[in-house]
Design a protein around this ligand. Sequence first.
Ligand SMILES: CC(C)(COP(=O)(O)OP(=O)(O)OC[C@H]1O[C@@H](n2cnc3c(N)ncnc32)[C@H](O)[C@@H]1OP(=O)(O)O)[C@@H](O)C(=O)NCCC(=O)NCCS
Length: 164
Amino acid sequence: MAGQPHEVTFRFLAEPTDVNFGGKVHGGMVMKWIDQAGYAAAVSWSGRYCVTVAVGGIQFVQPILIGDLVTVRCKLIRTGSSSMHFAVDVIACDLKVRQERLATSCVIVFVALDSPDGRPTPVPPWQPETEEDRRLSDYAERMSGLSKAMEQQVADFQAGSHAR
Ligand SMILES: CC(C)(COP(=O)(O)OP(=O)(O)OC[C@H]1O[C@@H](n2cnc3c(N)ncnc32)[C@H](O)[C@@H]1OP(=O)(O)O)[C@@H](O)C(=O)NCCC(=O)NCCS
């Protein structure tokens, strides 16, 4: 493969230990898979240790069941200075009928850190090339703005709570 990979895919079976009392995969387990795939994609792109800084727009659209083939597809859609923004789709497939369905989607943002200080450090830039790339990049930028606005709301609220 030439250059850094801008897409990472994990594929595995949903196991009995992944499910909740209703027989469906825990939402927390799905988030862990998203975080792991995102981490692999971020480290592969940047060549650095990376941490998750934000997850936006997460939607649990359809449940995942034991024995489903799970595909976690993580695609780089924007780079900032130290941040990498990935669109993640989690797709479940009932192998008996070979039917795929979108289970969960979100945008996850990682930041590359330098060592030994653990401060944000520059990542290689990614340039959108196609119309679809540009659409996704704009989407990532809007999601990032919303995420930062939400972060500010939380900070304001907490400052108010602690002042009381
Ligand atoms: C990630 C971390 C190092 C960033 O530190 P910081 O001092 O806030 O650094 P900055 O303000 O320079 O932000 C770094 C990048 O994150 C981006 N960022 C910060 N908050 C964000 C948010 N809510 N949504 C999207 N991007 C965000 C900034 O835009 C910046 O991107 P850029 O360099 O591409 O412009 C720090 O917040 C941290 O350690 N967080 C905890 C991470 C963690 O424990 N994750 C879970 C386990 S992996």
